[in-house]
Design a protein around this ligand. Structure first.
Ligand code: DGP
Length: 111
């Protein structure tokens, strides 16, 4: 298993976890871009949003729900979700992940 986020989901690489269950794991980003910056990943390996199939709709919807719930538990009502697909969009880890950023003014459009 060479995928770093599969290793995180499997507990082989320690991270600061905010939430986990049988389907998803939420953990703080190694290189935070906001006062609150965490990732939510499905335990199932999906290379990115372009790899989602109809059978993953429930799982990826859960990723969004958990992202919002963890943000709320961390005391944030305002937050941004980001999902990158492909290197030009900034994807560096090819396992689907939701970025959740909060705690500072976030510009639009993003850079
Ligand atoms: P992206 O560029 O969208 O593929 O985001 C990948 C994010 O993953 C990036 O913000 C840094 C984070 N990251 C990469 N490796 C690790 C790790 O080993 N631990 C943690 N906590 N975050 C990681």
């Amino acid at each position: 298993m060479s995928c770093i986020f599969c290793k995180i989901a499997g507990g082989e690489i320690p991270v600061a976890k905010l939430y986990e269950d049988e389907d998803v794991v939420a953990f703080r980003d190694l290189n935070p871009q906001a006062p609150l910056h965490f990732l939510v990943i499905p335990r199932k390996h999906l290379a990115g949003p372009a790899a989602i199939t109809a059978e993953d709709e429930r799982l990826t919807g859960k990723v969004l729900r958990v992202g919002a719930e963890v943000a709320r538990k961390e005391g944030r009502s305002d937050f941004r979700f980001v999902v990158n697909n492909g290197p030009q969009a900034g994807q560096t880890v090819f396992h689907f992940h939701l970025h959740v950023l909060a705690g500072r003014d976030l510009t639009w459009p993003p850079g």
